[in-house]
Unconditional design. Structure first.
Lengths: 313, 313
């Protein structure tokens, strides 16, 4: 287990290094480089040169990388001149709201997808199975913004139950629960579609295991076997599944946030793209990459803890 | 897409035909072509997908020959008209004919998506072959780069690149391909790792064949099945990506048309009841993506079974 953890952590560290390298190179891909990123599109050559001299941007790239990464490691992700605020404080404001959106959508999606997969596996090739597979297929093939639009049309236009815009940044999310419903519902449906096929095959695999036959042979009722044995084992791959799905969920969050004007990290990023606010875009990409790498590392570690088979390998 | 990596195992080819495909594995290219033919003859899902895709190709590329519309000049005088004999699906807020615009938008979408699928799977195939054949150190390095690029959710990098590069058709192909090759490279590497231990590759190496010869003569023909299946899913994903970028205002600027930007325009009039500006574009996206996913599922069912049958010999 220790060897596995060490290897896995080392791997994550190497991946993080490459993530930082990709973001660093993107920063230098910009016409005008980081100087233009900070000073804006209309910076003149003289001010760019002064900026480069001041911040050591005339140095060779490897040295610049070391300087940049030591700043990042100290938590300095740059400054947004467009919003007149440091990127760290912008992210600190917006990330919690994105976590509320993605977290609640993921939890609800697990709550739906796990029993759904189990029902599909038990009633394999029945009308229920085909119907669920069919719907999952359509949601899976549907762009998230179109799904969100359909929900807005149905639930705030045809039947005006929920507001069509997300919460505002000025008040606490808790006071604006109705505004959370449609964004969370959209992201939940996307996530259920991502999960459900996997859950179906995981439950199918479990149904064929020896322990199911043993439990049946000992006289366990169908419900008892399903809940005491199959469900608990089918929950294991959910950990890996969530770890693997993090990039997909975060991509979905970006689009949901920009559709509903939900003030999270994705909307921050999208607005930054509209105004060419590069420090914000790069800082956000770096933090998102960090989150995904650490998230999948955490998923693997957790899996090792709950599943003894991994530990003894 | 994460879930495309999980092979599902429902073969729908009869046993006798399976044996035929598995048996003439010496002639790989013909057996793959035969397998694909069998898929479309036997698998109703794949056939349905093919019908949808061919239907859309005809609609987008042949349709404009019969249904003439002006997709260059705007005409505010006929803006936001409901469907009529003259404009079968009405007009948008700048007076473009919606049906004609669906065709024009589809042309760009399908062209970009097909080009991305071909380029991305080719690059991914080469990267995966080289990584799989290299020393463990090099292999590890190459795959950690892939991990890192996959850790930053695609839409963030795509928005970033599009905001600096000012999209045209070719920029869009380049940008989407830059990220789309990652998943096929993983799939191909995994398969190369198992192929390179097989007797026919070892025999070839024992005879002194160089790495390039092994890749071209032995590996590419053998991973082609996996690659073809993945390419189909790549087209579906690329359609979604093009639509999402256009919806977010980072696609090819007007007068170029796109289903995603048509939807974005429709959103402005959502509560005015201009349904013809929302539903047709949304349904086109879903239908095309479903079509390609159907073909991919069907191909995978058959080709996966064939690979398994071939490797058990």
């Amino acid at each position: 287990m220790t060897a596995y953890l060490t290897r896995r952590a080392l791997q994550a560290l190497i991946v993080l290094f490459f993530v930082s390298l990709i973001v660093f190179l993107l920063l230098h891909l910009l016409p005008g480089g980081p100087a233009r990123a900070s000073l804006g599109v209309r910076a003149n050559p003289a001010s760019i040169k002064a900026f480069n001299d001041e911040y050591g941007l005339n140095q060779p790239l490897p040295i610049q990388y070391v300087v940049w990464i030591s700043q990042v490691l100290r938590g300095n992700l740059g400054f947004s001149y467009k919003l007149n605020q440091s990127v760290d404080s912008l992210l600190a404001e917006n990330i919690p709201r994105t976590l509320v959106l993605t977290g609640s959508a993921t939890v609800i999606a697990i709550g739906i997808a796990v029993p759904l997969g189990l029902i599909q596996a038990v009633r394999r090739n029945s009308a229920v199975d085909y119907a669920v597979t069919g719907f999952a297929f359509i949601f899976y093939s549907m762009p998230s913004f179109f799904l969100g639009l359909v929900l807005i049309i149905v639930f705030s236009d045809v039947f005006p139950i929920f507001p069509s815009t997300g919460p505002t940044a000025t008040a606490s999310l808790l006071t604006q629960l109705p505004n959370l419903v449609l964004p969370v519902a959209t992201l939940t449906l996307i996530t259920v579609a991502l999960f459900s096929r996997y859950m179906r095959s995981a439950s199918l695999d479990n149904l064929a295991e020896d322990y199911v036959r043993t439990a049946r042979a000992k006289g366990g009722s169908t419900l008892r076997v399903l809940f005491r044995h199959v469900l608990r084992n089918a929950l294991l791959p959910v950990i890996t599944l969530v770890g693997l799905s993090l990039p997909g969920i975060l991509s979905g969050a970006l689009i949901v946030e920009s559709l509903f004007n939900y003030p999270g990290m994705g909307l921050l990023f999208w607005n930054a793209a509209q105004t060419e606010d590069f420090p914000v875009m790069l800082g956000t990409s770096l933090v998102v990459g960090l989150g995904v790498v650490l998230g999948s590392l955490l998923a693997d570690v957790l899996y090792g803890i709950v599943d003894p088979r991994v530990r003894y390998q | 897409m994460i879930l495309n990596e999980q092979p599902s195992g429902h073969g729908s080819v009869s046993v006798s035909e399976l044996e035929i495909i598995a048996d003439d594995s010496g002639v790989r290219s013909t057996s793959l072509a035969k397998a694909i033919l069998i898929v479309f003859r036997q698998n109703r899902l794949a056939l349905a997908g093919l019908v949808i895709v061919v239907g859309f190709l005809l609609f987008c590329f042949v349709g404009p020959l019969f249904y003439h519309t002006n997709q260059i000049a705007t005409n505010i005088a006929i803006a936001n008209q409901p469907p009529s004999g003259q404009h079968l699906l009405g007009t948008d807020s700048t007076g473009y004919d919606e049906l004609g615009r669906l065709m024009a938008g589809g042309q760009i979408t399908l062209f970009v998506a097909l080009a991305v699928a071909v380029l991305a799977t080719s690059i991914g195939m080469l990267w995966g072959c080289v990584a799989g054949l290299s020393r463990p150190g090099v292999d590890n390095l190459m795959m950690r780069i892939v991990d890192a690029a996959l850790a930053i959710p695609g839409i963030f990098l795509l928005i970033f690149l599009n905001s600096i590069l000012h999209p045209s058709v070719f920029v869009l192909i380049f940008v989407i391909t830059a990220l789309a090759w990652l998943v096929p490279s993983r799939l191909v590497r995994a398969e190369v790792l198992s192929l390179r231990e097989r007797p026919f590759v070892e025999a070839s190496r024992a005879q002194g064949a160089a790495g390039a010869r092994i890749v071209i003569k032995h590996l590419i023909p053998n991973v082609f099945g996996t690659v073809v299946v993945n390419a189909t899913f790549q087209v579906a994903d690329a359609v979604l990506t093009v639509a999402a970028l256009s919806f977010l205002g980072l696609g090819i600027p007007p007068p170029a048309a796109n289903w995603g930007s048509m939807l974005a325009n429709g959103v402005s009039y959502m509560f005015a009841g201009y349904w013809w500006q929302i539903w047709p574009a949304g349904i086109c996206i879903v239908a095309v993506v479903v079509g390609f996913n159907f073909i991919g599922e069907g191909l995978r069912d058959t080709i996966d079974v064939r690979l398994r049958a071939a490797s058990s010999h």
